[in-house]
Write a new protein. Structure first.
Length: 617
């Protein structure tokens, strides 16, 4: 089967329906995409309208420039373009459609246009890995009946020229995780061994539908603790007396490139909803590089969350933002309150066995990588505790102080083993933000222009930023200014630019994703910009968008930070990176610098990267 994304066109510009007609026309003229997709918010994935650039320009030629696209184009449900999943069967696709991966627009199909010049299939670091995971599950599923979920690995002919193929004998761990309406009868994990054959032997899992609903199950693939592939299968469930019609062909996803050396500890968190109680639960799987610890995808939990996680952590972030920091006494009190919050999270989110393990590893390991699909929990803030021999509680450091700790987002291809060379840095400073240290931060970044390093000031306008991103010539992007947290009514996370413009996480799509071609480091020194958002079908936010585009590292705060503290973090972080430190080391050292002046901001920064990655020399 040929998947839709394999034949689709990625040369498009995604525009919000609220954008003015004048700015939309200028964007389409300067960026010259093959097509324009206009997105209206609403529903699970919004509504999409596909136009060729020629048609789009003609439609706007006679309308007042101040009108939004919604009104200028007369958008409504009657003229929206159908959407299909990126992994749908290409043979069954209509002549025109917008193609989604989860809730993210990734490409389009229009048979009236010439086909794209080349196919982009499973692009990953160091070339393509000619191995995919295939999964078969019938559709629909009968309530109360058990059926087989079958998993195997396949070598792809389209990727057979890759230099980074997995060698025969490589072991892949498969974990099946029901999310809604399904239960497993028997094992939930097993291993595949890559062979020289076109297909591996097949693994069989037993799945049972428990209720009438749109059921879902995740199939996760790991190598040495690194998640290299994820598939979410959704199936309708039918009454017991109905005979299922097996409509589905096997579904396939490519396996990501493997890291040459894994972090000391990899912690994989899964957030799901208990089908019986309706409560949110956290399930943890941990892998240690040190084989003497004998920890490979060891399961901890599930741990039940007693409150809605988004509401709870939104309130927690607001509470942290309100801590006074004006005086030495204020900062001392803030540090103590953060310690109490971190200790409470550590004791309530992690099982006792895992808490004991982390305490024991403080002097034994250096790096921790958190792989998590949840968007709310500030893992960096967790503060280690234990009981001593007298039964007294003893506190240790916060996790991000004890270890060189970073995150990664599951289901994104190609965690990078090295950063870009940082030879051409794009600097976007929103001077309208009136932040006292914004100009000083700008001058510091410009001071890095030595030894052949080039710093380019990008005007802080929406069109200038996306135009520069499309060119894909910068190996670092640095933003300074204000950020806006995601919300249901205001939409995606945003970095505020000059003259009322804003850059949203949705803008990093289509040809704008060329910004990731150079494996850039992206620093978002704007309050709330590092905070991910939970869209209804997966993760959003800038971290996800830039990582999907190909960024090697994304850095930003997960709550509001003082601009002086952000400036101090910036200086220390870049200095350590350019001295040859790893991302994890540079982040931990920068936290230590900031902690002396602002203990709240020191814990706010989150980093999505391989903790062992360094600047490419």
């Amino acid at each position: 089967m040929v998947y839709l994304h394999e034949i689709a066109n990625e040369d498009f510009l995604l525009l919000d329906a609220e954008l003015s007609a004048a700015l939309a026309q200028e964007a389409s003229r300067r960026l010259a995409p093959t097509a324009v997709v206009v997105r209206r918010r609403g529903g699970q994935q919004g509504k999409h309208h596909l136009y060729t650039t020629e048609d789009f320009t003609a439609r706007l030629a006679t309308v007042p420039g101040h009108l939004g696209l919604f009104e200028a184009l007369g958008l409504d449900d009657s003229n929206c373009t159908p959407t299909l999943d990126a992994y749908a069967d290409a043979e069954a696709a209509p002549e025109r459609c917008v193609i989604l991966d989860g809730d993210r627009v990734v490409s389009f199909l229009d048979d009236a246009l010439p086909p794209p010049l080349g196919l982009r299939v499973g692009a990953v670091e160091g070339g393509e890995v000619p191995l995919s995971i295939e999964v078969y599950l019938p559709d629909p599923l009968m309530v109360g009946h058990t059926c087989s979920l079958v998993v195997w690995a396949v070598r792809s002919e389209a990727l057979s020229r890759s230099p980074s193929a997995m060698q025969p004998g490589t072991s892949l761990d498969i974990v099946v995780h029901p999310r809604r309406g399904l239960a497993l009868d028997g094992r939930r994990e097993a291993s595949l061994v890559v062979t020289s054959e076109a297909e591996t032997p097949r693994l069989q899992f037993k799945v049972r539908a428990t209720e009438r609903c749109r059921a879902s199950v995740d199939v996760l693939c790991f190598h040495a603790g690194q998640e290299v592939c994820r598939m979410r299968l959704e199936r309708d469930t039918a009454p017991e007396e109905m005979v299922p019609e097996e409509r589905h062909k096997p579904e396939r996803r490519p396996i990501a490139a493997l890291l040459p050396a894994q972090p000391d500890l990899m912690m994989h968190f899964i957030l799901a909803q208990n089908g019986h109680t309706g409560c949110h639960e956290i399930l943890l799987r941990v892998t240690a590089a040190d084989q003497s610890l004998d920890i490979n995808l060891k399961q901890y939990g599930p741990m039940e969350l007693r409150a809605d996680p988004r509401d709870f952590f939104d309130a927690l972030h607001d509470k942290i933002n309100q801590l006074p920091l004006a005086t030495i006494s204020d900062r001392t009190l803030a540090r103590e309150k953060l310690a109490r919050i971190g200790a409470d999270l550590f004791e309530n989110l992690l099982p006792e066995e895992l808490r004991s393990l982390l305490w024991s590893l403080q002097r034994r390991i250096k790096t921790i990588l958190v792989q998590s699909e949840e968007p709310w929990i500030p893992w960096e803030l967790l503060r280690m505790t234990r009981r001593d021999e007298h039964g007294h509680t003893v506190e240790g450091p916060h996790l991000c102080e004890a270890f060189a700790m970073t995150r990664w987002i599951p289901n994104n291809r190609g965690m990078k083993h090295a950063l870009g060379a940082l030879r051409r840095i794009a600097l976007v400073t929103c001077l309208a933000s009136s932040l006292p240290y914004a100009e000083k931060e700008r001058k510091f970044i410009r001071s890095l222009s030595r030894g052949g390093r080039e710093i380019e000031d990008i005007p802080a306008s929406w069109l200038s930023v996306i135009d520069a991103m499309k060119k894909g010539t910068h190996d670092a992007w640095h933003f300074t200014g204000h950020g806006r947290r995601p919300s249901m009514d205001m939409g995606a996370a945003a970095i505020m630019l000059d003259n009322g413009d804003k850059l949203t996480s949705d803008d990093i799509s289509g040809t704008v994703q060329n910004c990731g071609k150079t494996r850039p480091v992206v620093v978002l020194n704007a309050c709330h910009s590092g905070r991910q958002e939970l869209s209804l079908t997966g993760l959003g936010g800038f971290a996800r968008a830039f990582v999907h585009a190909g960024a090697a590292a994304v850095v930003g705060p997960i709550w509001a930070v003082d601009d002086y503290a952000a400036y101090r973090f910036t200086r220390a972080f870049y200095a350590r990176l350019l001295e040859g430190a790893t991302v994890g080391e540079a982040t931990r050292d920068a936290r230590a610098v900031v902690r002396r002046v602002d203990p709240v901001a020191a814990l706010a920064f989150t980093v999505f990267a391989n903790p062992s990655a360094r600047v490419q020399r």
